[in-house]
Design a protein around this ligand. Sequence first.
Ligand code: ADP
Ligand code: ASP
Ligand code: MG
Length: 404
Amino acid sequence: MSILVQKYGGSSVASPEKIRAVARRIARAKEHHEQVVVVVSAMGKTTDELLGLARQLSKEPSPRELDMLIATGEQQSSALLVMALLEIGCPAISLTGAQSGIVSSGVHTKAEILDIDPTRVVQELDRGKVVVVAGFQGVNGNNDITTLGRGGSDISAVALAVTLGAPVCEIYTDVEGVYTADPRLVPRARLLGEISYEEMQELANLGAKVLHPRSIEFAQKFNIVLHVRSSFGQAGGTLVKGAGDLEKKRVVSGVACDLDTAKAVVLGVPDEPGVAQRVFLALAEANINIDMIIQSMMRKDRNDIAFTVEEGDLPRVIEIMDRVAAELGAEGVAHDANVAKISIVGAGMISHPGTAATMFGALGDAGINIEMISTSEIKISCLIQEADAKRAVEAIHERFHLDS
Ligand code: ADP
Ligand code: ASP
Ligand code: MG
């Protein structure tokens, strides 16, 4: 029995016309597959608008109530999509995350999917209906709605595909697939026919929001192919799957840009054992994720420790670092939210010395200063000023000839 899981992102269901077009696409898919499950995001900017409303009423809204509120976005779009399907004679039913048996962890606004009991979904599929599931949400042990983090509908879709035994999960979005760089930033970016899970996960972690990183992790673990495609055309899209021929590994597959990052520096900390631990333990205890770290060269008996965090965490980081700096007898704390992290990702760079030098050369020739650097086996990241981000991505894209 063939089963297909499709996910439609917010821009794909942003208006009644677009919902109608999606309904027609689903009805066509139903002609070729016995069972079709569809996961939807909220219409257009609905989630942002709901968050904006919440902030008008409370500076720090209750996370539980936030989840109650933002989960309604996906409930609207799923019900509207089913209305459009019924209108064209395609039997369908919408289900919330809870009704679909999606059990999530207790953490409000950043929950994880723990389990899926597909009984109801399967029942409705057996009745010949297309099942439209509200993405981005589950229900926790207290019977409370929890959401999966921004962009989390991708995770709902892949988790359902895993549970239902679908070999492929189609992700429909507002671009034709995965490109060598964000096509909105680099118009000459090239569509990739396929990309490995590892590379896609790095790109997603480093700011390419076309797929949620955790959805790729799930897909890789359960060997499900992700097919990223445009909701608006018929183009072939991109397959995200296991790495193919080792020989063909590209040195650089793509360039990513993350503007949601900020730098903090603890200035003039005493050059003594245990100091770095004091700094980073305080941040860990506050549940703050650290990304890049640099300890500068010693001047006399003092060092600077610089690191990056998510921009939203910066106010708390400054508060904590002011306290830690005073305790350590450091000289002070500085910060900068106007930074961007530019990264290149490619499985082939492991065996290609000089890749980093080429990247730094592209930035240097463009007169762009590098503030921090971090590397792993298949990626190199540079922190630069946010105002230079677009130019930096374009310069690197060109230097590695990614458009050809
Ligand atoms: P959806 O609402 O469908 O989930 P998203 O906005 O989450 O869509 O993701 C699609 C967007 O991801 C595109 O509009 C594009 O601007 C951005 N993007 C960033 N990097 C890339 C990339 N390398 N390839 C394709 N899209 C990318
Ligand atoms: N609507 C949610 C968001 O805007 C989830 C998603 O779109 O995947 O983050
Ligand atoms: Mg998305």
